[in-house]
Each structure stands twice: as structure tokens, then as C-alpha cells.
Design a protein around this ligand. Structure first.
Ligand code: SAM
Length: 345
């Protein structure tokens, strides 16, 4: 009889439940590490489906903890799963999973904020930036306390094509506090529009997938959680260095309820402030009376392009920080006051 050519999908063998794993290894959640576990495998399957097909894919899971999401990734057919977990108490439970999926799981005990992902996967995965994304995904039910700094690091990596993006436009499926997820996907004029909306959207297609109610986690966090999917854009909408874009966007949003000229002015030293800010808005064709939340990515692109040109014309402008100017002024005033008091008394 001819052998059937149908490929049987991989399923993990019967294992202790996540609840049993937590009991077995006494894995009390640590508040310090923002540990909130997902025990419902239907929910973890749903998160994993947002990443697209994982059949034979390479995946890095951030903070696997007791391994609920990890099981869903393996059941979705990932061929190579790298787990980066900071808390060593989870390693024995993860080893159990690794034995149940021989040759598929690599465990790293470490901090994802410093882990070198550019060396973690084989070069055969590499795709040109403009090609389709590589067969590599980052998935994580992120710890709340590192999710925003971690994402900002990865956005900078996208801009520079470094870290996990040396392989091409690696896709990310991540969880955030619902409020942060809303900011990431907020469109123009939305109340949630913020620095994070611009920074994420000029570099990626950002998709809000679904919300997980806080009660689905153990222990229950005080907030609901949003699942967000990111695909880096083949052509970033702003083509200036990340740090320059970040500076312009941060300044514009620092007075988010005021007219945008207020924040833009603070990009310039006091002596040239009004003149250069006026020139910047005029050349970028941005109306000074618009609110930061009303500006489109195209407006930020125009502002960043003009600011970049001004930085090459005016020495030290890029490193200028109005807070430092204020601090020095304050210090100078205090010293003068001291001298006057001394000579009077
Ligand atoms: N993935 C598990 C789940 O869904 O049930 C656990 C999620 S829990 C919100 C966050 C996990 O990230 C914890 O296991 C925690 O130990 C881990 N973690 C916290 N900070 C980390 C870091 N800097 N690097 C790697 N893992 C970290």
C-alpha cells in the first residue's frame, strides 16, 4: 500500500496543565517582574493566530513564564522556538516542554533588553528589506514594566535594521496595557494620539488585534490588555535618523493640549527660537495653531526633514536641549544672587 503523503501536524504530547506546572514548581507570580500568567490555552492560541502561519517558522518568545503561550506556539507548528526568560524559577518547567518537543526549543535565561537577537538565528533566514518578511516572528505576553522601553528599542532597531531586524522585516505580536495598545494604533485627532503612535506608525504597519480582559490573567492585573501586531514597513514614512525623529516628536508632544508651535519652538536656543521655529513650520507647511494630536505622519516627516537641514546649517543644534539651557540659566541666576548677597553683607 502506498504511504500517505499527508503531513501530520505536530501536537505536544499530554503534559501537566499550566496550573499544575505552577503548583509543581511553586511559581508564585513576582510583582517586580510584572508577572501575570495566561492559563487559558484558547486565549494563547488566539494570540498566536494573530502572528499568521507559524508552520516551520522560527520564533522568539519573550518571557515564556510557565509556558502557556509557548505551548500554543509549538502546537501552531513552529520549527525553532527560542525562549528568553529572566526568572530562573521557570527554567525547569520550560525544560519539560522542550523535552516534549525534541529539537525545537532553545532556552535562554536572560534579559530581553540586552539579549543579542542578531546572533540567535541562522543567516539562511535573511531576506532583503524590501522583500516579504522573513519566516521569523517575535511573540510575547510582555511584562508591563519593560514593554514600552523594549518596543522603543526595537523601533530603533527597525530604523537601523539591527537586532532582530538584521534578518529583514521581522514581525512582532505583542501584548501591552490596553491604554498603551490604544496609543500605538491611535490615528490623527484621536484622544490617544501620542509620541508612541507616531514612532510606531512611521516605521510599521500597526494593527490592534483584540483586547484580553484583566480577569483572564492570574493574578489579575488592574488593567485590560491589548494584543498588537507590527510589520515593519519596506519604506519608512520618515527617512531621517531615529534619534532626530524621536527628538522632534517628543518636543511637539510635550505640550499636547497647546498649539504645536509651543513644542516646536523648544527645539531651538532662546536667542533664535522664534525665528527658526517660524522658518521650520513655514518650510514644512505646518500650521502653528494645529494641536500635536492633529498632525499627520506626513507633517512629522516634513518637520523632521526641515529640522535635519537646519541641524546641518547650525552647529550643535541637534544636541541642543532646552532643559539644559534652563538649568544653566537658573544656576547663573543663583550664583549672581550669592555674589550680590556676599558683597552686601
Ligand atoms: N508568557 C507567560 C504567560 O503568558 O503566562 C508569562 C507572561 S508574564 C506577563 C511576563 C514574563 O516575562 C514573566 O515570565 C517574567 O519573568 C518575564 N520577564 C520579565 N522581565 C523580563 C525581561 N527583562 N527579560 C525576559 N523576561 C522577562
Amino acid at each position: 500500500m502506498a504511504a500517505s503523503s499527508k503531513i501530520v501536524p505536530f501536537r505536544l504530547p499530554p503534559l501537566p496543565t499550566i496550573r499544575e506546572i505552577i503548583k509543581l514548581y511553586k511559581l508564585r507570580a513576582e510583582k517586580q517582574l510584572s508577572q501575570n500568567f495566561l492559563l487559558d490555552l484558547r486565549l494563547t492560541d488566539k494570540i498566536v493566530r494573530q502572528a499568521g502561519s507559524l508552520r516551520d517558522a522560527h520564533v522568539c518568545e519573550v518571557g515564556p513564564g510557565p509556558g502557556g503561550l509557548t505551548r500554543s506556539i509549538l502546537n501552531a507548528g513552529a520549527a525553532d522556538l527560542l525562549l528568553v526568560e529572566k526568572d530562573n524559577r521557570f527554567i525547569p518547567g520550560l525544560k519539560l516542554l522542550s523535552e516534549a518537543a525534541p529539537g525545537k526549543v532553545r532556552i535562554v535565561q536572560g534579559d530581553i533588553l540586552t539579549y543579542r537577537m542578531d546572533r540567535a538565528f541562522p543567516n539562511v533566514l535573511n531576506k532583503e528589506w524590501e522583500d516579504d518578511p522573513p519566516d521569523l516572528h517575535i511573540i510575547g505576553n510582555l511584562p508591563f514594566n519593560v514593554s514600552t522601553p523594549l518596543l522603543v528599542n526595537w523601533l530603533e532597531n527597525i530604523s537601523n535594521r539591527t537586532g532582530p531586524f538584521v534578518y529583514g522585516r521581522t514581525r512582532l505580536t505583542l501584548t501591552f496595557q490596553k491604554e498603551v495598545a490604544e496609543r500605538l494604533t491611535a490615528s490623527t485627532s484621536s484622544r490617544q494620539r501620542s509620541r508612541l503612535s507616531i514612532m510606531a506608525q512611521y516605521l510599521c504597519t500597526v494593527k490592534s488585534c483584540f483586547t484580553i480582559p484583566g480577569r483572564a490573567f492570574i493574578p489579575k492585573p488592574e488593567v485590560d490588555v491589548g494584543v498588537v501586531h507590527f510589520t515593519p514597513l519596506a519604506q519608512p514614512q520618515i527617512q531621517q535618523p531615529f534619534k532626530l525623529v524621536e527628538k522632534v516628536v517628543r518636543n511637539v508632544f510635550q505640550f499636547r493640549r497647546k498649539h504645536c508651535h509651543k513644542g516646536i519652538e523648544m527645539l531651538f536656543p532662546e536667542a533664535q527660537r522664534l525665528e527658526l521655529a517660524g522658518q521650520m513650520m513655514c518650510e514644512a507647511d505646518v500650521d502653528p495653531t494645529r494641536r500635536p494630536t492633529e498632525l499627520k505622519i506626513a507633517d512629522f516627516k516634513a518637520l523632521a526633514d526641515v529640522y535635519s537641514r537646519l541641524c546641518s546649517e547650525y552647529q550643535n543644534l541637534l544636541t541642543y536641549d532646552f532643559r539644559e539651557e534652563l538649568r544653566l540659566k537658573h544656576l547663573h541666576r543663583k550664583t549672581r544672587q550669592g555674589v550680590v548677597e556676599e558683597s552686601n553683607g
